[in-house]
Write a protein that binds this ligand. Structure first.
Ligand SMILES: Cc1ncc(COP(=O)(O)O)c(C=O)c1O
Length: 484
């Protein structure tokens, strides 16, 4: 082996690939019988890493075994069928294969001429997603992003550019007032971060109240816009959510579209997770109105089950990404000048980036639209099953959505967070807690295409056990358990 050990010789490479494949296959086949959650032991992890001082090269197979053991032990396993989590799915097998191919071929996605097939595949996917949401494919543009947060950030920047054409050049100082935008109190917090870093500040975010079903209240939106205009503010954007992070609720998309159009505001729909409902005919009506959105966030690393990260920003305004992000450089490749193509670095927040779209493309090629339709329908049915079983076991359901996110609590007063801690530390499942209308509730999402009815029964059993243990605890011990 050459001293630098970067390429490795063909014999070692062949052993390495075999070991990596065996490791992936073992993990995929056996994960369901393992703990879902890790021990949270920072000291143990750091002492494990202390031995890695990079002074003595390690054998490649030993290195793979070391990291596989470590990840197995110290990870919350989203690929586990009993991970009822925050929209992190089990990765599709084709997605895993695609990521390995991408790492090997390493196409550079900044310039079209460096990776013409890869860039065209991503553009093809963008047109295809646009068509799913009802956009005219000839008027659809977009970009792949690291995830939903970056896609939402892109939406904020394109909305600012659209409303204030000087913004990309002269910045917020060019504006004659404070720009403000509207999103519900249940919208994703990435909009707050985007407001912070775009220079408009989080005071620019108007978090609009929700109705009794946790959907943005259109009258409250109208009132807020009127108040802001009267005060000399500059409204520029309405954000709706299709599938809120907390509760899987879809805002009234068509009503909000009408208000945004009447007020001449950019309309963005954050469909990071819930957008995939478009693939299931009986869920599709939930998204009525989305075709009117000026832009859409859609995360393939959520309900399209590809490995992280794969966000998508879509728009029906062909020039807006270019107007928002274009720059001029002397050093970027020029071979594609004059061709009818898009250089991605002129078109997005990122510059050099990996071929994010391949894991989506190969997963879709092999599962087909029908494969996804089937998986999403099945998960939705499991959501109904969990909801029914929880009700039958005396839990109350605190959210109202047909999508498989269930927020629930014990009317008998057992502490939701303490129940979550019991379940997570048992390693039997991963669930979480959140706040609904100021109350802490439990939250379980059927985010994994490998989850089966038996897993739902097992979760129910763990929940009922944890609840009775909690109910039988004296109050003082309960408080201690939660705070420790
Ligand atoms: C509705 C919604 N939007 C945006 C995001 C952010 O996505 P990401 O974590 O991929 O950046 C999430 C994450 O869960 C989300 O639920």
């Amino acid at each position: 082996m050459p001293a630098e050990n970067l390429l490795l010789d063909p014999e070692m490479r062949s052993k390495l690939w075999t070991r990596v494949i065996e490791t992936i296959e073992n993990y995929t086949s056996n994960i369901a019988s393992q703990r879902v959650t890790p021990e949270l032991e920072p000291r143990k992890i750091r002492s494990l890493l202390a031995a890695c001082d990079f002074e003595r090269p390690m054998d490649p197979l030993e290195a793979v075994d070391f990291i596989a053991r470590g990840l197995q032990q110290y990870q919350t396993h989203a690929p586990h069928p009993r991970y009822y989590g925050l929209f992190n799915p089990a990765p599709s097998t084709m997605g895993i294969a695609a990521d390995a191919l991408v790492a090997a071929f390493n196409p550079q996605m900044a310039a079209w001429s460096h990776s013409p097939l890869a860039v065209e595949i991503e553009q093809h996917l963008i047109r295809c997603f646009g068509a799913w949401f009802g956009y005219d494919t000839k008027q659809t543009d977009g970009t792949f992003a690291s995830g939903g947060a970056e896609a939402n950030h892109t939406a904020l920047l394109t909305a600012l550019t659209d409303a204030f054409p000087d913004y990309p050049v002269r910045g917020v100082r060019a504006l004659e007032g404070q720009p403000v935008f509207y999103a519900s109190s249940e919208s994703h917090h990435s909009f707050l971060k985007a407001a912070r870093v775009s220079g408009i500040g989080i005071d620019a975010v108007r978090r609009i109240e929700v109705d009794d079903k946790l959907r943005m209240n259109p009258q409250a939106l109208e009132a807020a816009i009127a108040r802001d205009r009267a005060a000399g503010m500059l409204p520029f954007l309405v954000v709706a959510t299709a599938g809120t992070t907390n509760a899987g609720v879809v805002d009234p998309l068509a009503d909000l579209a009408r208000i945004a159009a009447r007020e001449r505001l950019w309309y963005h729909v954050d469909a990071a997770w819930g957008g995939a409902a478009v693939l299931v005919p009986e869920l599709r009506p939930l998204l009525d109105g989305i075709a009117s959105a000026d832009s859409i966030t859609f995360d393939a690393h959520k309900w399209l089950n590809v490995p992280m990260g794969a966000g998508v920003y879509l728009t029906r305004h062909l020039e807006i990404l270019h107007r928002t992000f274009r720059t001029q450089t002397a050093y970027m490749p020029r071979e594609a000048l004059g061709l009818d193509v898009i250089d991605p670095h002129l078109h997005s927040l990122q510059w050099s980036r990996r071929f994010t779209g391949l894991k989506v493309f190969l997963s879709l090629l092999v599962a087909g639209r029908a494969g996804y339709e089937h998986a999403i329908r099945r998960q939705t049915a499991l959501g109904h099953l969990l909801r029914d079983q929880l009700r039958k076991s005396g839990w109350s359901i605190d959210n109202d959505t047909p999508l498989p996110v269930i927020c629930f609590s014990d009317p008998g007063g057992a502490d939701a967070q303490a129940i979550v801690m019991r379940i997570v530390s048992s390693g039997e499942a991963w669930i979480s807690s959140t706040q609904i209308r100021g109350r802490t509730v439990l939250r379980a999402c059927i985010t994994n295409y490998r989850t089966e009815p038996g897993d739902i029964q097992a979760l129910l059993h763990s929940l009922n056990e944890a609840r009775s243990q909690e109910r039988s605890q004296p109050a003082a011990t309960r408080e201690k358990a939660v705070s420790s």
